[in-house]
Design a protein around this ligand. Structure first.
Ligand SMILES: *Cc1c(COP(=O)(O)O)cnc(C)c1O
Length: 376
């Protein structure tokens, strides 16, 4: 059986976790959390990175930092994970869904402006499959209307747009280190902060509304409750697990990209024959092989393809049910303009197995079975 995902694991994780346990230092913001934060800052160039308990929580922190309130509107794609919307719905805001581009499955930057009202507070681009949204255009719109930009870069660690790391372009970026992502700590994420002025507020919100981070740095002699907040710190054991992968992030990235490129080359005949579509990576986007998907003709063909692969011990899966069609999406949000591509394209998409350590022969076998399905 070829699984769809196998969570990344690196041997050194055992030593690092053991070290945490031996030193009896397993709470938040320990040595490994600091190493992970420093790694993210160095590799992405963001001003500040704070490890969190999830990408969902990092997005919640961003919503708090943007002071999102009941009645506010937040623009995002409908083709995304629930957390993108939930973080803002929790603050009483309305998610306003905008159609995607069929080539990248990312929010259509040319349909954003029509969705802006006097209530709009933020735009949340989601970098699907680690392929960047058209950030120049999005930042230009945000500037024109004075909106926050919060990048859902859950899938975008080690990916970039015109040389800038995903998650560092908007006011805030959110990474995920869930076990389905390229780098994992089981459950976890990070908030990336672009501007110096937001750092202290973020630290306070993340530390239960206290100025404890300042206290630990010796900047004040006792800490106290200074604002509302919550607890978004992961255990240092989880950070230790993650750090073992960050240390060899390039190796993991290259391994995934080799699988991605092998899929692409192997299946390009089917694409040329007009049987399937393959992912598009626009100029200036450096992706991270988070995902390899293909597009079938329609829902019926996709269902049959997934069944054919399953019968051959290959676990391929579809992805998001558009949020605007889900019960909570109907209740909390609205779709602006026509759903030209969101539903149609989401019904055609099938994700093939992709993980660190997937073998070339496995990729070839999967491609053979896809070709067999299409009679090629
Ligand atoms: C995985 C994912 C999330 C949620 O990440 P968690 O770390 O599980 O909270 C949010 N948005 C997108 C686009 C994701 O892929």
């Amino acid at each position: 059986m070829i699984n769809f995902n196998v969570p990344p694991f690196v041997e050194t994780a055992m030593d690092y976790i053991q070290e945490c346990v031996k030193n009896q230092k397993i709470c938040g913001d320990g040595a490994y959390t600091k190493k992970c934060n420093a790694w993210i800052e160095e590799r992405t160039g963001t001003r500040k990175a704070l490890l969190t308990t999830s990408c969902t929580h990092a997005t919640e922190l961003a919503a708090l930092l943007c002071d999102i309130k009941p009645g506010d509107e937040v623009i995002m794609p409908s083709f995304t994970f629930v957390s993108t919307a939930d973080a803002f719905v929790l603050r009483g805001a309305t998610p306003v869904f905008v159609d995607i581009r069929p080539d990248t499955m990312n929010i259509d930057e040319n349909k954003i402006e029509a969705a802006i009202t006097e209530k709009t507070k933020a735009i949340v681009p989601v970098h699907y499959a680690g392929v960047a949204c058209e950030m120049d255009k999005i930042m230009e719109i945000a500037k024109k209307y004075n909106l926050y930009v919060i990048e859902d870069a859950a899938q975008g660690v080690m990916a970039s747009y015109k040389g800038k790391a995903l998650g560092t372009i908007g006011n805030f970026g959110a990474f995920s280190f869930h076990e389905t992502k390229n780098y994992s700590m089981g459950e976890g994420g990070a908030l990336l902060i672009r501007d110096e002025k937001d750092i202290e507020d973020a630290e306070i919100l993340r530390e239960k509304g206290t100025n404890r981070s300042k206290f630990f740095r010796g900047q004040i002699d006792k800490y106290t409750w200074v604002n509302h907040g919550s607890s978004y710190l992961p255990s240092d054991m989880n950070a230790a697990y993650l750090y073992s992968q960050l240390e060899i992030a390039d190796k993991i990235n290259e391994d995934r990209k080799a699988s991605w490129n092998r899929y692409y080359e192997n299946l390009s005949g089917l694409k040329e024959a007009g049987k399937i579509e393959l992912p598009t990576v626009p100029e200036g986007c450096e992706h991270n092989a988070h995902m390899f998907y293909i597009k079938a003709k329609d829902l019926e063909e996709r269902t049959a393809l997934i069944a054919h692969l399953k019968a051959n011990d290959i676990l391929a899966v579809f992805h998001y049910i558009p949020l605007h069609t889900a019960p909570a999406g109907l209740k909390f949000g609205r779709f602006n303009g026509a759903d030209e591509y969101t539903t149609k394209e989401s019904e055609r998409l099938a994700r093939l197995p992709m993980y660190y350590g997937l073998k070339p022969e496995q990729v070839d076998y999967i491609c053979d079975k896809v070709k067999e399905f299409y009679g090629a």
